[in-house]
Ligand binder design. Structure first.
Ligand SMILES: Nc1ncnc2c1ncn2[C@@H]1O[C@H](COP(=O)(O)OP(=O)(O)O)[C@@H](O)[C@H]1O
Ligand SMILES: O=C(CO)[C@@H](O)[C@H](O)COP(=O)(O)O
Length: 584
């Protein structure tokens, strides 16, 4: 009986696969860890870098190997793919994959006796032509497109106008500026490119056996899609293509964009039916970006917020109001026409926290496991809010950006200040006011959550019928860092959450789960049944989520409110390029 659904998450450091039943309960999950499983590619934290040009990218061959391996691992756990009725998936956003002119033929004629990488990889020196015109996929951490971004912002007058049209001002990682740079740096490879996929539509293409359309939500991470008019923006395509004459060709390369997030792209490629036993009727439902997919793992209300702690930290809300601004992102909702996703995205998320964890572990005489979070967590919780032993002490406020940051757009660096709210003054910190690295544990978490609070203020309200200050109703913690109780505790203290801080109880991965749910909805929905109704009718609150801790704490939340102006001040110093205060 085909009553199961499969979801994937192809993100920075891992490929995860999840099988759920028609009751949406988790049946199997497996992952491939890129560094651990594919060290042969020379990657670190899933990527390769070219620091001289600010480039960050990943080998496409690695993605191909990961697909075969995650399916084998799911089978190893007992997954029976003959029961899978629908497949969907998600990819890290903005990354592009460049298909060669042979791609469609190769995808359509895969031999089930061989691996994907054996048949699709383009070997530079080999005899065989491959499916790709370029062996690498630019990664969302790439910072090589400053020049192109300036052009995109200027093309519509200013960053605000670009955000109004496409949901975001120009960002280094967005696919439009990335395609422009690719076309300028590798003109021959661009000319040899038949199709361009996002990471999400690349993954869909592999399962479909032909190049798949981009979906209506992930397309908003390109600075190329005119959100209000629901079509490609020709002036922006002209920039990416290197001139007006290239617009039609780039449209062909990018292909159609599917409006319905539950639409089937078609049935699964025979490669997977023969090699892994999928039924030939299994439907491939539109794949989307990893953040859009994450919001599908939960029946979120307009006043709920998701904090996703993956390699990046993202803050996600669902809203029916389109209020774009150059400071954040708006995307089309992945399933629900007329709805949007509000998103903040930080490059310095998981890796920046790990950086401080590692420094603390090196310093600690008790820590034997260099990767343990125990000492970091203990120090973070033992340190008083904002490092204030008494309310009259100045607050400790810092920024910790081992990589160039998106929010705000500044170079890599660390900034540590003490802040006195009554006089609104900042002073560079030193070892006497800010002992390092111990004080950094609480400070980095506070800094990350204060930044989210600062930028989401206009989207939250006072809970109905209460006199509580404006704040989200629930905070849902998802992604790799969501297992950390100290991080959840600090999220609640800083961001509030009138109903508390929650995490998913089913499965370690909200993003892959959201994809599996979308597959289930796409295949099983009755006529006109929206995703929210589909999810609500199968949702099991007790079994699916768990309340971790309180959100709003009277007094503490207000104290963090006073720190917001200080954080803005520290960001101002970072933007001015000042590096002070015992900075590493
Ligand atoms: N116990 C933990 N405490 C804090 N962070 C953690 C913990 N376990 C994993 N992480 C973080 O989770 C990150 C990976 O999250 P994940 O969502 O799998 O990433 P991605 O989807 O970007 O590949 C790691 O960079 C790591 O910092
Ligand atoms: O760039 C963004 C969103 O705009 C990132 O959130 C990527 O989508 C990668 O996500 P993770 O690997 O951290 O899940």
């Amino acid at each position: 009986m085909a009553d199961q659904f499969l979801g994937f998450d192809l993100s920075t450091q891992q490929l995860k696969g999840i099988v759920v039943g028609s009751d949406l309960k988790l049946i199997h999950e497996a992952k491939v860890d890129f560094d651990a499983d594919f060290a042969k590619y020379g990657i670190h934290k899933g990527v390769l870098t070219n620091p001289a040009e600010g480039e960050v990218f990943a080998p496409v061959a690695l993605f191909l190997e990961a697909i075969d391996l995650v399916l084998q691992r799911l089978q190893g756990q007992g997954a029976d793919f003959s029961r899978v009725h629908g497949i969907s998936g998600a990819g890290m956003q903005h990354g592009t994959v460049f298909w060669s002119k042979d791609a469609e033929h190769l995808l359509a004629s895969l031999d089930a006796g061989k691996t994907l990488v054996e048949q699709l990889e383009s070997r530079a020196k080999g005899k065989r032509k491959g499916a790709f015109s370029h062996p690498f996929s630019p990664n969302w951490q790439d910072a090589s497109t400053q020049k192109q971004c300036e052009g995109f912002d200027a093309a519509l007058g200013n960053p605000k106008n670009l955000a109004e049209a496409t949901g975001s001002s120009a960002h280094h990682r967005f696919s439009g500026p990335q395609i422009q740079r690719f076309q300028e740096k590798y003109p021959e490879a661009y000319a040899a490119t038949a199709r361009i996929s996002l990471v999400s539509s690349f993954l869909a293409s592999i399962f479909l056996g032909k190049v798949a359309p981009i979906d209506i939500s992930d397309v908003c991470g390109a600075n190329l899609w005119d959100i209000k008019n629901g079509r490609w923006h020709d002036d922006l395509l002209a920039l990416a293509a290197g001139g007006k004459s290239g617009v039609a060709d780039l449209k062909t390369k990018l292909g159609d964009v599917l409006q319905d997030g539950g639409a089937s792209f078609g049935t699964i490629s025979p490669y997977f039916t023969k090699r892994y036993g999928f039924p030939s009727t299994a439907q491939v439902i539109a794949f989307t970006g990893d953040n859009p997919s994450t919001i599908l793992a939960l029946p979120i209300h307009a006043s709920d917020a998701i904090v996703s702690l993956g390699t990046s930290t993202t803050f996600l809300m669902s809203t029916n109001q389109y209020k774009p601004d150059a400071a954040y992102h708006f995307l089309n909702h992945p399933t629900t026409p007329g709805y949007y996703m509000f998103m903040l995205c930080y490059k310095n998320g998981g890796l920046a926290r790990e950086h401080i964890r590692d420094a603390i572990n090196v310093d600690s005489t008790n820590t034997t496991d260099a990767k343990s979070w125990d000492t970091f967590n203990k120090i973070a919780l033992d340190t008083p809010p904002l490092g204030q032993s008494s309310l009259t002490d100045p607050m400790r406020l810092g920024l910790f950006f081992p990589r160039p940051e998106i929010v705000p757009n500044v170079k890599a660096g660390t900034w540590r200040y003490t802040y006195t709210p009554s006089s609104n003054t900042l002073s560079p910190a030193d070892e006497s006011t800010w002992p390092t690295p111990s004080s950094d544990a609480r400070a980095i978490l506070e800094s990350q959550f204060l930044s989210l609070r600062l930028r989401s203020q206009s989207l939250v309200h006072s809970p109905k019928g209460s006199s509580l200050p404006s704040q989200p109703r629930r905070i849902y913690m998802v992604g790799g860092g969501a297992v950390n109780p100290a991080i959840a505790e600090l999220a609640g203290q800083v961001l509030g959450g009138s109903d508390g801080v929650y995490k998913l109880e089913i499965g370690g991965n909200a993003c892959a789960l959201g994809s599996a749910y979308k597959a289930a909805w796409g295949v099983s929905r009755s006529a006109g049944e929206g995703f929210e109704d589909f999810l609500e009718s199968r949702w099991n609150e007790e079994g699916f989520v768990r309340r971790i801790c309180d959100g709003y704490r009277e007094g503490v939340f207000e104290r963090y409110g006073e720190a917001l102006r200080g954080l803005e001040g520290v960001e101002g110093r970072a933007i001015e390029g000042k590096v002070e205060g015992g900075v590493a």
